[in-house]
Design a protein around this ligand. Structure first.
Ligand code: FPP
Length: 229
């Protein structure tokens, strides 16, 4: 059997935690806790499958508008996640990176994140790039401002080179769980030629087999990057 082509860089919009919890008569935070547990499962599976970079949308620039209890729970989970998975990332030789404006987070959370990023920076088996207070439009504005400050011309290449996640390149495949058919401000610029995969499966239910389905579907896509053939 022909071996499936594995995308080097996969982005995931992890949607559906709230509905998953509501279906079980629980509050949205319960769904986010299940969603966090699933981050561990899918991260491990993605790197074992040969993915080199995994970019996850954990908290968007727009998520601050959610009720305070929910925002607080997401922040608490992020703190726990970065602490708890640090050992595992070390063992698995995965480098942890963050894209987004983390200056808006509490000092404590910023420190926890900085510690994970710093402690894993020499790891070379894969990159786990987490979007925290991340917005694709904001990222372009950030890049353009950097170019203006350093007096460089505003070109496609220069903007690409100054995005938060510049060194991780462009996603080959963007997966969105939870049934909505949109990008919601995720990797807009670098995702220009990403293959898109949408599934109705809610994030906490998006298991290894569902991930494999997305990879399988990617294997059948014919990427042309705007060219003919
Ligand atoms: C969308 O579900 C999900 C989020 C806004 C947050 C995603 C966060 C996690 C999976 C947990 C934290 C992540 C890490 C890396 C620790 P939703 O609440 O919009 O669900 P709904 O569309 O059903 O309401």
């Amino acid at each position: 059997m022909e071996k499936t082509k594995i995308p080097a860089h996969v982005g995931i919009i992890m949607d559906g935690n709230g509905r998953w919890a509501n279906l079980r008569g629980k509050n949205r935070s319960y769904g986010h806790r299940a969603g966090t547990a699933n981050v561990e499962r899918i991260t491990e599976h993605a790197f074992n499958s040969g993915v080199k970079t995994l970019s996850l949308y954990a908290f968007s620039s727009e998520n601050w508008a959610r009720p305070k209890t929910e925002v607080d729970e997401l922040m608490r989970l992020l703190g726990l996640y970065f602490k708890k998975f640090l050992k595992k990332m070390q063992r698995e030789k995965i480098r942890v990176a963050v894209m987004g404006d983390i200056s808006a987070l509490s000092e404590k959370l910023q420190q926890v994140i900085a510690k994970s990023v710093d402690a894993t920076k020499a790891n070379d088996r894969g990159i786990l790039n987490i979007g925290v207070n991340y917005g694709g439009r904001q990222e372009v504005v950030y890049a353009v401002n950097k170019l203006i400050e350093s007096n460089q011309p505003i070109t496609v290449e220069n903007i690409s080179a100054n995005l938060y996640s510049a060194e991780f390149g462009e996603p080959d495949l963007i997966i969105r769980t939870g049934g909505e058919l949109r990008l919601s401000n995720f990797m807009l610029y670098q995702g220009a030629y990403a293959e898109l995969y949408f599934t109705d499966v809610l994030w906490p239910d998006f298991n290894e087999a569902e991930f494999d389905k997305a990879i399988e579907e990617y294997g059948h896509r014919h990427r042309r990057f705007g060219k003919v053939q």
